[in-house]
Design a protein around this ligand. Structure first.
Ligand code: ATP
Length: 629
C-alpha cells in the first residue's frame, strides 16, 4: 500500500492525464488487454527465473550434495548430469519465453500508445479549430503549434519509453515482494525497511524536477511563439530591422530553457545515484542477515541466492523511477498543456436543440445588443482587465437586400458589430435576429454558410487559385469557380498566371498583389451566393485602379443581397440605402446620406471634413472618381 501511494506521489498528474484520456485509451482496450496478459506472463516467468539456480546450488554444488544421482519427487532418481542439462535447458527456455512475452507486451503497448496519441493529437487539432475567437485572439500561435506537435510527441515517447517499462517493473515488484515474504519474512522485512527512504527522496526530488520542467515547457512555448510571430511577419521584422531585438528575446528564452534543462538533468542524475546507494545498502543488509541465517542452517545458500536475485529485481523499478523521473515530469507537464487546451469549452457553440438554418431572406435585426471583450479565456492570460462595453445597447433593423454602411471613428466597434452577426462572439445582452429568429437557434456552421465576408486584408491559403475560390462553397465545380472569378473581375488575371487556376499561391497569398488577393477573396465570397454579405473595408490600401476594379466586383457580389459595408471613406457609401454612424460602441445616427447631411450631426461633420481633403487630393490628382458600391 505504501508503495502504491509513493508511486502516486512520484507520478503526479499522470493519473489525471490517464483519466482525462480514458475515452481514447479505452478504444485500444483489446490490444492493451492482450499486452497486459503478455506482461503478466513475463512477470511470472521472471519470478521463475532464479529457481534453476537454486536447485543447482542446493542439490549439485554444495558440499554434501549427492553428485551422482538424485531422487526427485514424482520423477525418481536422475543423474546429476541429466539434472544439470535439464536445468540449463530450462533456464534457456524460461529466458526465451520471457523474451517473447516481453516483446509482445512492449510492442503491443507501444502500438496502442501511438494510436492513442495520434487520436489525441487529432482531437486537439480539431478542438483548436473550434475554439472561439476570444481564445485565439489571446493565445500565441507558436505556443499552440508546440502543443499540437512537441507536447504530444513528448507524451508519446515518454509513455512508450518510460511509463510502460515502469509499469511492467512495478508489476514484477509486487510479485517479487510476495515471493520474498513467502521465502523468508525476516529478510523481506529488512529489504523493504529502506522503502520509506526511497519514497522520501523520490517525492522530494520529483517535485523539484516537475517545477523546473513546467517552467521549461512554458518557456519553450514562449520561444515557439516568438519564432512563429517573427517568421510570420518577416516582412515587417526586416523592414523595421527588428531582427536583433527579436533575436535577443529568443536567445534569452533559449538560454533560460537550457539552464532549466540542465537543472532538471542534474536533479534526475542525483536522484539516480541516491537510489543506487540505497539499493546497495538494502542488498548489503539482507546479505549480512542472510549469511548468518545460512550459517545457522535456517535457510539454504540457494534460497539466499534466490532472495538476493529477487531483491535486485525488486529494486529495479525503483532505480528506473529515479531514471525516468525527469522524463515523466516532462510528459506530465506536456500532458497538462494538452489538457489545458482540450478542456477549454468554446464560449460560442451550438446551443442545445440548435437546428440547421433555413435559406435566409436576409432580414437582420439587432435588439439592444451589448458586448464587451472581457472574458479571459486562456490560462496564461488571467490578468486581462475588464474592458468597458465595446458595443452598448445597439438596435437597428435591416430589410432583406438592403445595403447598410457602418461608419464612424476607428475603434468605435464597427468590426465587432459584424463579428457578432457571424457569431464569432455572442452578445452579453440583447439579441440578434435573422428573418425574425435568434441567431443562436441555428447551428453555427449553417449560419456562417449563408454569410459571405470580404475583409480588408483577405487571407488566402497556400494552395491553388482554384482551391482558394472553391473553399467558399464545399462541392463547388470548376464552372462555379470560373463564374465566381469572372464576377469578381479576377478571371482575366488568373488565366495569365503561370498555371492559370492551378497556380499555387504563396503562404497567405503572398505571391499576389493586394488588389488581386481581394478579387480572389471576392470570388471566394461570391461562390457561396450567400444572402448576407459583409464587406469590412475591402478596398482600403488599394491604388485607384485596383480600387475601381475591386469596387465593380463588389457591386456585382452584393447585388440583391443584404450587405453590411464598413468603410472609412464616406464617399464610397453615399449611395447605400442606409448609413449607421457608430461611435463609442453606440449607433448615434442612422438614415440615408441625404438625411444625415440634413440632420447636420456627427456624420455630416465627418463627411464635410473628408470632402475638403478629397477635393484637395482630386485637384492634385487631376480628378479621380470613386465608384460607390
Ligand atoms: P476600425 O475602424 O479601426 O477597424 P472598428 O470600429 O472596426 O475599428 P473594432 O475593431 O470593432 O473597431 O474595435 C472596437 C474596440 O474593441 C476597440 O477598442 C478595440 O481595441 C477592441 N477590440 C477589438 N478586437 C478585440 C479583441 N479581440 N480583444 C479585445 N479587444 C478588442
Amino acid at each position: 500500500m505504501k508503495h502504491t501511494a509513493s508511486l502516486k506521489e512520484t507520478l503526479p498528474g499522470m493519473g489525471r492525464i490517464l483519466r482525462r484520456f480514458a475515452p481514447q485509451i479505452s478504444k485500444q482496450r483489446t490490444l492493451l488487454f492482450l499486452s497486459f496478459l503478455a506482461l503478466l506472463a513475463e512477470t511470472l516467468l521472471r519470478l521463475l527465473e532464479p529457481w534453476p539456480l537454486k536447485i543447482i546450488f542446493d542439490y549439485i554444488l554444495l558440499p554434501g550434495a549427492n553428485r551422482t544421482a538424485l531422487t526427485l519427487p514424482g520423477i525418481g532418481p536422475v543423474s546429476t548430469l541429466l539434472l544439470l542439462s535439464l536445468l540449463t535447458l530450462g533456464s534457456i527456455g524460461l529466458a526465451m519465453l520471457r523474451g517473447a512475452a516481453a516483446y509482445s507486451s512492449t510492442a503491443g503497448m507501444a502500438v496502442a500508445a501511438s494510436r492513442v496519441m495520434a487520436e489525441i493529437r487529432g482531437d486537439l487539432y480539431s478542438h483548436l479549430q473550434r475554439l472561439s475567437l476570444s481564445f485565439h485572439s489571446q493565445a500565441k500561435t507558436g505556443d499552440l503549434i508546440a502543443r499540437v506537435t512537441q507536447d504530444i510527441t513528448r507524451l508519446r515517447e515518454v509513455t512508450v519509453m518510460a511509463l510502460l517499462p515502469l509499469f511492467a517493473s512495478t508489476l514484477t515488484l509486487v510479485g517479487m515482494i510476495a515471493v520474498m515474504f513467502w521465502l523468508h519474512w525476516e529478510m523481506a522485512v529488512i529489504a523493504i525497511a529502506i522503502f520509506p527512504l526511497f519514497v522520501w527522496s523520490m517525492t522530494r526530488t520529483s517535485r523539484q524536477i516537475r517545477e523546473v520542467v513546467r517552467r521549461q515547457r512554458k518557456r519553450e512555448g514562449a520561444m515557439a511563439a516568438t519564432a512563429a510571430e517573427a517568421i510570420g511577419a518577416i516582412k515587417v521584422v526586416q523592414a523595421l530591422s527588428l531582427q536583433n531585438l527579436l533575436e535577443s528575446t529568443f536567445s534569452s528564452h533559449n538560454r533560460e530553457s537550457l539552464q532549466e534543462d540542465a537543472e532538471a538533468q542534474k536533479l534526475s542524475a542525483a536522484l539516480e545515484r541516491t537510489m543506487e546507494v540505497l539499493v546497495t545498502v538494502g542488498v548489503a543488509l539482507v546479505l549480512w542477515r542472510g549469511v548468518q541465517l545460512v550459517l545457522a542452517g535456517a535457510v539454504t545458500a540457494g534460497e539466499l541466492l534466490v532472495f538476493i536475485t529477487y531483491l535486485k529485481t525488486t529494486f529495479k523499478p525503483i532505480r528506473q523511477l529515479a531514471k525516468y523521473a525527469g522524463q515523466i515530469a516532462k510528459a506530465t507537464a506536456s500532458g497538462e498543456r494538452v489538457i489545458d487546451v482540450l478542456d477549454r469549452i468554446p464560449d460560442v457553440r451550438d446551443m442545445r436543440g440548435a437546428i440547421e438554418a433555413p435559406a435566409f431572406r436576409g432580414a437582420v435585426e439587432f435588439q439592444q445588443v451589448t458586448f464587451a471583450y472581457n472574458r479571459p479565456d486562456f490560462a496564461d492570460q488571467k490578468s486581462i482587465e475588464m474592458n468597458a462595453d465595446t458595443l452598448c445597447d445597439v438596435s437597428f433593423v435591416v430589410q432583406p437586400g438592403e445595403h447598410v454602411a457602418l461608419v464612424g471613428p476607428s475603434g468605435s466597434g464597427k468590426s465587432t458589430l459584424v463579428s457578432l452577426l457571424l457569431r464569432f462572439y455572442d452578445p452579453l445582452e440583447g439579441r440578434i435576429l435573422i428573418d425574425g429568429h435568434d441567431l443562436r437557434e441555428y447551428k453555427i456552421d449553417s449560419l456562417r454558410r449563408q454569410i459571405s465576408i470580404v475583409l480588408q486584408d483577405s487571407i488566402l491559403f497556400a494552395s491553388t487559385v482554384r482551391e482558394n475560390i472553391a473553399y467558399g462553397c464545399l462541392g463547388a465545380t470548376d464552372a462555379d469557380v470560373e463564374a465566381a472569378a469572372k464576377l469578381a473581375n479576377a478571371h482575366e488575371f488568373i488565366i495569365k498566371l503561370p498555371q492559370g487556376y492551378d497556380t499555387v499561391l504563396g503562404e497567405r497569398g503572398a505571391t499576389l498583389s493586394g488588389g488581386q488577393r481581394q478579387r480572389i477573396a471576392i470570388a471566394r465570397a461570391a461562390i457561396r451566393r450567400a444572402p448576407i454579405v459583409i464587406l469590412d473595408e475591402p478596398t482600403t490600401g488599394l491604388d485607384n485602379h485596383s480600387e475601381q476594379v475591386v469596387n465593380q466586383a463588389l457591386k456585382r457580389l452584393t447585388q440583391g443581397y443584404t450587405t453590411f459595408i464598413i468603410s472609412h471613406n464616406l464617399h464610397t457609401v453615399e449611395q447605400v440605402d442606409r448609413i449607421l454612424y457608430v461611435e463609442n460602441g453606440r449607433v448615434l445616427e442612422q438614415g440615408t446620406h441625404q438625411e444625415l447631411l440634413q440632420l447636420g450631426g456627427k456624420y455630416a461633420k465627418l463627411y464635410h471634413a473628408q470632402s475638403k481633403v478629397y477635393s484637395l487630393q482630386n485637384k492634385r490628382n487631376g480628378g479621380n472618381n470613386v465608384i460607390a458600391i
